[in-house]
Design a protein around this ligand. Structure first.
Ligand SMILES: O=C(O)CCC(=O)N[C@@H](C(=O)O)c1ccccc1
Length: 368
């Protein structure tokens, strides 16, 4: 595509209910939407940072700064660029993978819309709908957690993921198992434990979980390999897997038996595809993680989750799980436990410009 500019917007979307993880509680999702302005038409991407650097080192204000001052100008300087060249152009700038992912998706969306191709077809999707798992935040107490899980099971979610942290792990998991029997269940610690907690983590083995996600430090691979040998439950990594190289290292060391792939965390959907291909080659199951995306990222995640190696349900919930209003004209819905893979050109969803304006708290346009 021939790049003419980028429009960046900071959005603030109120959550339908506060979302508590081991690193804090969010009531409003602050996210950046990127629009690629090209001679061939617009493309849309999403920069999935949070307001504070609590999930990883990236955060919205930093993303805004690095996008406007370095990354967008680097791409605009190129002018004519293929989506597959974006990561190489941005490589000299270290880190900021969520920003790179959002800009790359905007360029990719513009190119695919211009070609009349869907992202699903471009990535190699083999399904037209994907099973929908849901991520449940830490609740007031185990009884409240059981109530929340009951609601999501009624909605039709085929897999439950509960957030855990020290002191809110065994009793919560036991309560869910006691209330709902053998439903597909996994836990996500978001790096809240250390190797000193191995006995607590091993006590989760009795619950027959699908996996335990990112129990240890967000940038660790070695300790997870030590821990994996002490647990029966498969260890899944999220935060630690920031690239295809990190995935290769983790698999080489035995740090992960399963990988949660998030395009934002690894720098884009093309890097996500590379990790998928690497895992398929070595027989490692992957699933698509979520970052409370708006309809833009949610549509792209559905396309990614439709690839053959995504054999476990992802965190691809209906838009209504988090938001009362989405910024696309057709928010993702759960139908018979699944979310449809968009078939339209590019990411296959259209922007609801009034809804977008209503939640926009900052806007900048950079031109060539
Ligand atoms: O379904 C979703 O989009 C949310 C899935 C989810 O739990 N995301 C978690 C995570 O650690 O994976 C999260 C990331 C960043 C911020 C908050 C929560």
């Amino acid at each position: 595509v021939s790049l003419e500019g980028f429009e960046l917007r900071v959005l603030q979307l109120p959550l339908v209910s506060p979302f508590t993880t081991s690193f804090g509680t969010e009531a409003v999702r602050e996210v950046i939407v990127a629009r690629a302005l090209t001679a061939d038409g617009d493309g849309w991407g999403e920069i999935v940072t949070g307001e504070a650097p609590l999930y990883s080192s990236e955060y919205t204000q930093g993303a805004w700064d690095v996008a406007l001052r370095f990354l967008a100008p680097a791409l605009l300087e190129r002018g004519r660029i293929a989506p597959e060249q974006v990561s190489a152009v941005l490589e000299p700038y270290k880190g900021h993978r969520m920003v790179k992912a959002g800009l790359e998706l905007a360029v990719l969306d513009a190119a695919l819309r211009a070609e009349g191709r869907s992202l699903a077809e471009y990535l190699g999707a083999v399904r037209d709908r994907v099973p929908s798992g849901v991520s449940v935040g830490i609740q007031r107490d185990p009884e409240a957690l059981v109530d929340a899980v009951a609601g999501y099971l009624d909605d039709g979610y085929v897999r439950i993921k509960i957030k855990i942290k020290p002191g809110r792990d065994i009793d919560d998991t036991a309560a869910v198992r006691e209330a709902f029997g053998g439903i597909p269940l996994q836990v996500d610690a978001n790096s809240a434990y250390t190797l000193a907690d191995v006995d607590t983590l091993a006590a989760l083995d009795r619950f027959d979980l699908l996996l335990i996600e990112q129990p240890l430090q967000e940038d660790d691979i070695v300790d997870h390999a030590v821990l994996a040998k002490r647990l029966r439950t498969p260890v899944c990594l999220d935060e630690s897997i920031v690239s295809a190289k990190a995935a290769t290292d983790a698999l080489a060391l035995g740090s992960a038996a399963i990988i949660n792939i998030k395009a934002g965390r690894v720098g884009g959907y093309l890097e996500a595809l590379a990790i998928h291909d690497l895992c398929v080659g070595t027989g490692v199951p992957v699933w698509c993680g979520g970052m409370l995306e708006t309809g833009i990222g949610r549509a792209a995640n559905a396309a990614l989750a439709a690839l053959p190696g995504f054999t476990l349900p992802g965190d691809i919930s209906a838009s209504a799980r988090f938001y009362t209003h989405d910024i696309v004209t057709e928010p993702a819905v759960i139908e018979d436990g699944h979310v449809r893979v968009p078939t339209g050109d590019g990411i296959g969803v259209e922007i609801d410009h009034d809804a977008l304006d209503a939640v926009t708290v900052a806007r900048e346009v950079v031109h060539r």
